[in-house]
Design a protein around this ligand. Structure first.
Ligand SMILES: Cc1cc2nc3c(=O)[nH]c(=O)nc-3n(C[C@H](O)[C@H](O)[C@H](O)COP(=O)(O)OP(=O)(O)OC[C@H]3O[C@@H](n4cnc5c(N)ncnc54)[C@H](O)[C@@H]3O)c2cc1C
Length: 495
């Protein structure tokens, strides 16, 4: 957002659209969890605690990871404690990049500079920043060690280290290996293979820039009359922003349509699972959107390998089959699979994802790597002075900025209660949000939370509107409001 005038125009457009939908801006902001429109107007980072509300609790808090969750937590704690003693350990000077904007960078709507920020501008006043990486966790002695050789002790530890992109888990991308979110060296290594020959990934910002170059080539080829094939495989592991591959599929479709070249392009979506979304109404809506856009959906296809030079992706297609056990004489369900090679002109890769190994293999990690916490309180299952949130926490449905926005408030309340020797009362309910871009100009705002009645998830719309509809209003919120809400609201601990 370049100027206040420009922002006012957007807000007026949103107002007008909301009026059409029958809701006021004030109501909408309240529903979206934002207290004041002033947040949108560029008021900057963390303000001081309102002293009347501040807790007198004492203790040294160390936060590992200064991305979205870590900075928001540090700001909220700084705002809530009268004697804060908070240290953030984060190696990356650009750790608070607005990752949800990568989809817009990859489709030529935003530039890289629209999503990049300097960590130093977001570390709240009074919070200590150690620019280093934690390589060892010693929760028995309340200490962590950094790559630079520092031992840092703590009374309370918050783990907010995000996740690692496991490109090496796909055969053919072993040289790319592990990529930490926003690590420049990792990105440079990834760019030696990704970002050319039609193979790309928006999961790191330079990759998003390259995706736009590759997408433009695809569109130009289709426009010149060449028949092209674009494929969009989802990974088989949990991954951040479950809607990202659908968004890139829809944005590629939009760019092809805009160029009058859609008839020459074959678009295919691949997922390892049997559904497009865990919540029924969103699965149905996305399935209809894919049909309307003539995108072929392939279920039960695990993306296992890619040959970048020859532009071939390999999937393990799997299914269950009844097989007679000759000894017992009964039929058993047996998993069968076959390898399927697919040639492509454009392949957008979402890699498998995992916890950073220094966490996964430490005493605070788990078999699956993620930090095991009680999902409602975010307190470590074994160490009561350790908490975790964001992508690294073993919390179902938890890997979005939208869930981190709810989690950091819960975590701060529970951490302060623990510091005060009181019971923890705040509870995370699994809320998360996926602003699913369906076209340039429409979004389906898929909000959901854990099913309070049992397993799975249920819709949790903030707006009194059918959440499964694609809307211009939700596009306006996604493209113009969510970033300032995050950057000026959440990162200052206020939204
Ligand atoms: C393409 C894409 C699209 C997305 N779209 C959306 C969306 O539309 N809506 C939405 O809500 N969310 C979206 N997300 C997800 C969202 O960006 C993440 O869920 C969010 O950034 C998670 O915050 P985090 O703090 O847990 O992790 P991060 O923001 O990734 O921060 C983790 C930090 O920890 C640091 N770190 C790692 N290891 C260590 C260590 N050992 N020591 C010290 N520091 C360490 C890293 O350097 C990093 O800065 C998207 C993400 C991507 C990639």
């Amino acid at each position: 957002m370049s100027s206040k005038k420009g922002l006012n125009e957007i807000i007026e457009a949103i107002d007008a659209q909301m009026k059409k939908e029958g809701i006021s801006r004030r109501d909408a902001l309240k529903m979206a969890g934002v207290g004041s429109a002033a947040l949108m107007m560029g008021s900057s980072t963390a303000s001081a605690a309102t002293v009347a509300q501040a807790s007198e609790a004492k203790g040294k808090i160390v936060i590992v990871g200064g991305g979205l969750s870590g900075i928001a937590t540090s700001a909220k704690l700084r705002n809530s404690l009268s004697n804060p003693d908070i240290t953030v350990i984060e190696p990356n000077p650009e750790s608070v990049s607005y990752q949800p904007g990568n989809t817009l960078v990859a489709s030529g709507i935003w530039k890289k500079s629209d999503v990049m920020y300097q960590t130093k501008d977001f570390i709240p006043k009074g919070v200590n920043w150690i620019q280093d990486k934690v390589v060892e966790f010693d929760p028995e002695n309340n200490q962590v060690k950094t790559a630079g050789g520092q031992t840092v002790s703590y009374d309370y530890l918050v783990v907010a280290a995000g996740l690692v992109l496991d490109f090496g888990g796909i055969k053919g991308l072993e040289e790319v290996g592990d990529v930490y979110s926003l690590d420049k060296n990792d990105a440079a290594r990834a760019q030696k293979i990704l970002g050319q020959n039609g193979l790309c990934s928006i999961y790191f910002v330079d990759g998003a820039v390259d995706t736009w170059t590759q997408m433009q080539k695809l569109v130009a080829d289709a426009k010149s009359g060449k028949k092209v094939k674009a494929i969009f495989p989802e990974p088989h592991t949990p991954f951040k922003c479950g809607g990202a591959q659908k968004k890139i599929t829809n944005l590629t479709n939009a760019r092809l349509v805009e160029a009058g070249a859609r008839a020459n392009a074959d678009l295919s979506f691949y997922t390892n699972g049997g559904k497009l979304f865990g919540v029924g109404i969103y699965h149905d809506a996305i399935s209809n959107q894919m049909k309307a856009r003539n995108v072929a959906v392939n279920y039960n296809h695990k993306f296992v390998a890619v040959d970048p030079a020859n532009r071939v992706a390999t999937f393990e297609k799997h299914w269950m089959e009844k097989v007679l056990d000759p000894e017992l004489g009964i039929e058993e369900d047996v998993r069968k699979f076959e390898l399927v090679n697919v040639e492509y002109d454009f392949c957008h890769v979402i890699p498998p994802q995992k916890a950073p190994k220094e966490i996964a293999q430490s005493p605070i990690g788990s078999d699956k790597g993620w930090v095991p916490v009680t999902k409602e309180t975010l307190q470590h299952v074994k160490y009561p002075n350790v908490f975790a949130l964001g992508d690294v926490a073993a919390v179902p449905l938890g890997k979005t900025g939208g869930s981190a926005r709810k989690q950091y408030n819960v975590l701060c309340q529970n951490l302060i209660a623990t510091m005060e020797g009181k019971p923890m009362t705040a509870k995370y309910d699994g809320y998360t949000v996926c602003p699913l871009i369906t076209n340039i100009g429409t979004v389906m705002m898929a909000e959901f939370k854990w099913n309070p009645e049992g397993p799975g998830a249920v819709p949790a719309p903030s707006f009194p509107l059918d959440p499964a509809q694609e809307r211009w209003l939700m596009w306006l919120l996604k493209a113009y409001m969510l970033k300032p809400m995050t950057v000026y609201g959440m990162l200052s601990g206020r939204a």
